[in-house]
Every structure is written in C-alpha cells, then in structure tokens.
Design a protein around this ligand. Structure first.
Ligand code: SF4
Length: 494
C-alpha cells in the first residue's frame, strides 16, 4: 500500500472523464468549487434513501461505512470480512492502482461474489455504466471469486399495493459484458489521471460543450468567470452551442463582435440586437393577438407535483407525478387575489385536488399558465383516474392558455433573460420585488422535496411553516405570470 492510500475514486474518475481540468481542480483546489445547489443536495439525499432501502434486497449485511469513517480502516475491515466469507457487505471498500471504490452491496452467493450498485433512477445512463465499469475493473483486480456486477434501478412498472415489496420495486441488470470490454478504457483513464496529478499543473483546457455534459461542472464559476459580461455571446439562448464556442475560440466573445452574416436564424438576430443595444424586443402584432385571445374573465394558474422515488400511495409507481398544490391569482378592482389548495401529504386525496381546482377555475373563461405541458398532463391523468369529472377536466384543459409562447416564439425578448427562458428569469424583468431570492423554496424540485419532508414530520408548527412556504412559492409563480401579462399589455397599449 502506498503512503497516499488512494488518489482516485469514482467521483474523481468521472470528473476526469468529463474534463481533466475539473478532475485536477477537484483534487487540488476543491475550495474553488461552486456552492452545491439545494437541488443537488436533495438529489444526494434521495440517492441515500433509495440506497438504504435497496439493502433490504440482501438483508443482514455489515455496513462498513457505519463501522468506520476512515477509508483505510474501511479497506482493511472489508478484507477481513471477505476472508471470513461474510455473506453480505454494504459499502465494501476496495483499492487497486490507487483507485478506491465503495460497493453499495457485495453478496457472496456460496460460490462467487456479486456486486450491486444502486441508482435512484428508472433508467441506466452512460455515466452509470462508466461508474459501474470502474468498480468492476477494481473488483476484478482485487477480489478473488468475483463474478458479476449489477446496476440496480427502480422498476417503472412496479405499483405499490398494501405493503412495499422491495424485491419488485427494484430491478437489476448485469454490466459484465460492457465492463469486460471497458477494462482497457478504465486502466488507461486511471493512468492518465494519475499522470495529471503527478505533473501537478492545471491542465490547459478551454471551456466548451463538455462543461455541461454529462453534468454541469462544479467549476463553472472559476472557468467561466471571463465570460460574465452583459454582452457575452453566451447570453444568446436557443442556439447551437457549437457555434457559440466557435465564435468564442475565435475571439468573438461579445455580441457586438459577431460579424454581420447571412444565415443566422431570426430568433438569434433578435437576441444579438437586443443584447447589443441593451434594449428589449417587442413584436406588437403577435403580442396583441395573444392578448386579444384572452377572454374577459381570466386568471393565472400554477401547479406543483410530487414525484416520490419510492411510491407512497396505493396503486402509484416510482416517480409518478402526484399533484399536491395549485395556486391561482387574478385581479379585482386593482387588488390581486390568491386562491390555493395544498393536498395534505398523509393521504392520496387527488380527487379532492381535482374537485377543488375545478371549483376554483369554473368562473374563469381563460386560464393562463406558463408552459402548459405539466398542467395538461396532470389533468389528463386525473381524468383517467376519476372519469366522473372527465368532462369538466377537459373543459379546464380547453381553457388553458400558454403564456410561455410569447417568450418561446420571441414575441418578446429582454436582455436580462440571458439564455434562460423560464418563469424564474421573467421574475427578473417584471419587478424587483417579484423574485425568488427571499423565498425559502426556489424551484419546483425544491418544492417537491420540501413537500416530501412532511411525510415524516409530526411537529404541527413545522408542518404549518412548510405549508405556508409552499403556498408562497406557488403564489409567486402565478404572480409573476400576472405581472408579465400586465407588462405585455402596457407595451402594446398604444
Ligand atoms: S468549467 Fe469546463 S473547462 Fe472548467 S473545469 Fe469544468 S468542465 Fe473543465
């Protein structure tokens, strides 16, 4: 064993695969990392919960990471457990060629060792396969009688009945064939990564498409610092990134340096001109058409859904969309009125959700939402679940009008959007007090996780606070739509 116990683990290996510079900074200058977003933290938390549940597939094991937090001790403890033929080990720790892996579940079937990597996902991605191949490579070289490696994912077809059936909730797939083909790939990547560390200088790599693929890099704040400019070409959205990086690598870093040329799409030209002149773009004709399509009685609506990885309600599946909250707002005599309904988490009362939303929206002729796909999808699912409300739910679907087409079709553009066309970006335009900075909840994904935290919450005061935060977040979405609609009316007033 070398004095440096290990140099690479699966996180750093995958970083090296994405970008050697990201790997080097991760190892040598971790303080430069961008802060971890709430969304990422919640994804990690969900991964742990699903991983812990999957241990029930092979019960009664010894969890090495609960015995010690010291990785060197974890390695030696694993060796001892293997010698003793401990049949199930969680977080079994191995090192080969300075590469450390911790296997979620290691099982001895009486003849061979089999390893399982658990993913809180329905599908197997390329990154999961690379991650599993690395573990396979290390195990193959450090564990006698090692036979196979499986990726374990959630089963999209599983439906919860009276009791959770862990054996049916998960499904597994052997990656041995892929891993055997990738042994040389892993070995050569590890060697290159170790060499990068030995050379001890930051790899000279320019920014590029790899900064976002397969994941958004943790060092965007460092590497992309020079691109933060109000006229940066990276503020152009809905365009081919390849083109942007071509410009960037040729010294065209701001929009006013883009040579006049034929062939740029109209939507790109709108953005270039708008960013360059620091002026919004207004397509009066199309905005007027949109406004005229809205009937006299209108309101703004937003819904939130919960997609639990481990289903909680009878007859529901992993990651099934369960609507739990809607908010609507409208104006009466220049006063903004909010209405909302939050489904208590304890029971799957989607029928009540549907009844409430039908009741609240009945008096309106047009219901404005920002990107109606989610709302249409939810209502169609509710129609199937509760056919007795089908006609009324369909009526509601017909009344939905999608405000996002104004932005998506470039009927309105503002340089502040900076390639982000979401409602959160619109918040920056409509008014300073309409933003999410002061909200405890800042995105749909956070809202979903905060709602899920209520599942085990018994303190009524905490519950009440969370309910208020969720409603306030959803109200904010509808308020921004309302303000944006009023802003559009203002722009075409004459
Ligand atoms: S931001 Fe891009 S160039 Fe910088 S380390 Fe990350 S992937 Fe590499």
């Amino acid at each position: 064993m070398k004095t440096t116990f290990y140099s690479i683990n699966k996180t750093s290996f995958l970083k090296f695969d994405q970008c050697p510079k990201a790997f080097f900074l991760h190892k040598k200058s971790p303080q430069l990392k961008d802060p971890i977003s709430k969304e990422k933290q919640m994804t990690f938390k969900r991964g742990h919960e699903v991983g812990n549940l999957a241990q029930h597939l092979f019960p009664g094991g010894i969890n090495v990471s609960l015995e010690t937090k010291n990785l060197e001790e974890a390695y030696y403890l694993t060796q001892q457990l293997i010698e003793k033929k401990q049949s199930v080990i969680y977080e079994a720790t191995f090192v080969f060629k300075q590469t450390l892996v911790m296997v979620d579940i290691l099982n001895f079937n009486g003849k061979f060792w089999e390893a399982y990597e658990v993913k809180s996902s329905l599908k197997i991605s390329d990154v999961y396969i690379k991650d599993a191949c690395l573990q396979y490579y290390v195990l193959k070289n450090s564990l006698a009688e090692f036979n196979d490696f499986y990726l374990v994912t959630l089963n999209a077809d599983y439906e919860l009945k009276e009791e959770l059936n862990v054996m049916e909730l998960f499904k597994k797939r052997s990656i041995r064939k892929d891993a055997e083909k990738n042994l040389i790939f892993c070995e050569s990547k590890i060697e290159k990564a170790l060499l990068t560390l030995e050379e001890n200088k930051v790899p000279n790599l320019p920014i590029g498409k790899h900064c976002f693929s397969p994941y958004s890099c943790d060092f965007l704040g460092t590497c992309w610092e020079n691109t933060v400019h109000k006229k940066s070409i990276f503020n152009i959205g809905k365009t081919d990134r390849e083109q942007l990086f071509n410009w960037y690598n040729n010294g065209i870093t701001t929009v006013d340096k883009i040579p006049e040329q034929m062939g740029l799409h109209k939507n790109i030209q709108i953005q270039i001109e708008s960013i360059s002149k620091e002026k919004e773009y207004v397509d009066e004709t199309n905005i007027k058409n949109f406004i005229n399509s809205v009937k006299t009685q209108y309101c703004f609506l937003d819904m939130e859904v919960w997609q639990a990885a481990i289903p909680k309600y009878y007859n529901t599946k992993p990651f099934e969309q369960i609507p739990f909250l809607y908010s609507m707002c409208y104006e009466i005599n220049n006063e903004i009125v909010f209405e909302n309904y939050l489904k208590p988490i304890e029971s799957d009362n989607r029928e009540m959700f549907l009844k409430q939303i039908l009741l609240s929206t009945a008096k309106f002729e047009t219901i404005i939402v920002y990107d109606k796909n989610l709302e249409v999808n939810i209502l169609n699912n509710l129609k199937k679940l509760f056919p007795e409300y089908s006609a009324k739910a369909q009526e509601l679907i017909f009344k939905l009008t999608d405000l996002s087409i104004i932005i998506q079709n470039f009927y309105y553009y503002h340089p502040k959007l900076k390639s982000n066309f979401s409602l959160k970006a619109i918040a920056e335009i409509v008014s300073e007090d309409s933003n999410y900075n002061n909200e405890a909840i800042s995105s749909g994904l956070v809202a979903m996780n905060v709602y899920e935290s209520l599942w085990n919450e018994s303190n009524p005061i905490i519950k009440e606070t969370i309910y208020d935060q969720l409603k306030s977040y959803c109200n904010m979405d509808t308020l921004i739509s309302l303000k944006f609609f009023n802003l559009l009316k203002q722009k075409v007033k004459d």
